[in-house]
Design a protein around this ligand. Structure first.
Ligand code: C2R
Length: 185
């Protein structure tokens, strides 16, 4: 494996999640996946491989993942995004696909290429772009959480933080609308 193009967190030898992206140009979005996985205390490895440009590398990564102890594979790609589907064809590990909006078609192309798998080889496709990058990590944590109570605790804490944030924003909107309404009288 090309070490230069492989980003490991905290020197973990056995990543629980393998994150593959089609190009290093995808990294600014896919970094969000790494950030979220780290928040849930999940070890991961990030690398680059392309079903089109490096088909053998994709086969090696996907085919060898289970032996390395990987539990979930996340595959992110833009444009004609065949990466997640090809990864899924080489493993029985759950594969989560992130369609990226890196082409002139703004992710409509990658969404269809990732989600429209033929029956028999599923890819759990999340939303396009940064929201999907975040959700892919959460979904991976939910899968891993079935066997890891610590991850479940972190997922629950994340939900609570989100709800608290919405509560704060609702308070701010209420305050602003009350001010605007007083101004009308
Ligand atoms: P470059 O910026 O390297 O030209 O890549 C990548 O994910 C990226 O969003 C442009 C876009 O091409 C995508 N790509 C794929 C695949 N390989 C690269 N969709 C694949 O195998 O599916």
């Amino acid at each position: 494996m090309n070490k230069e193009r492989t980003k490991k967190n905290k020197g973990e030898a056995k990543p629980q999640v393998l994150v593959i992206m089609g190009s290093d140009s995808d990294l600014p979005v896919v970094e969000e996946t790494g950030r979220m996985l780290a928040e849930f205390g999940i070890s991961f490895e990030m690398t680059i491989a392309s079903a089109h440009r490096t088909p053998e590398r994709v086969l090696d990564l996907a085919g060898g993942a289970e032996k390395r102890g990987v539990e979930v594979i996340i595959a992110a790609a833009g444009a004609a995004a065949h990466l997640a589907g090809v990864v899924a064809s080489h493993t029985v590990l759950p594969v989560i696909g992130i369609p990226l909006n890196s082409s002139p078609l703004q992710g409509f192309d990658s969404l269809l290429s990732t989600v429209q798998m033929p029956p028999g080889v599923p890819v759990a496709t999340v939303s396009v772009g940064k929201a999907g990058a975040k959700n892919a990590a959460i979904l991976a944590a939910q899968i891993i959480g079935r066997k890891d109570k610590e991850v479940v605790k972190k997922l629950i804490a994340h939900r609570k933080r989100m709800a608290a944030e919405v509560g704060e924003r609702a308070g701010a909107v209420r305050g602003r609308s009350a001010e605007a309404s007083r101004g009308k009288r």
